[in-house]
Design a protein. Sequence first.
Length: 136
Amino acid sequence: MAKEKIVPAPDADSKPFWEACRDHKLKFQKCAACGEVRWPASILCPQCHCRDARWIEASGRGIIHTFVVYHQVFNPAFKDQIPYVVAVVELEEGPRLLTNIVDSPPESLSCDLPVEVVWDDISEEFSLPKFRPLPG
């Protein structure tokens, strides 16, 4: 029996992020005082402790900061995806996002490789941001 996909569990802070993802947009909080763009979302800026922030749309481009290739199934929901790549992508705007790298053989990946967001529509409610290497 196949296990259902794992879906996010938005809280009050992350709900705007997941709503934007559903519309295929990456949005992050930007501090009104110091300009820090942050993830995960929170009520306080981790740099200056200001409570005032606005949501900005990110470019969807970044680089692979670090990654690992999974060859063993740790959760039945991923059994049909082996091998798969879990990576930390550093976005142009600054935040780092834990995600998957897709559309590329794992052996072709490296740190600092430029990537762009693609969307995995896992349900009507959720689209997951994943990344693929930029062409060229």
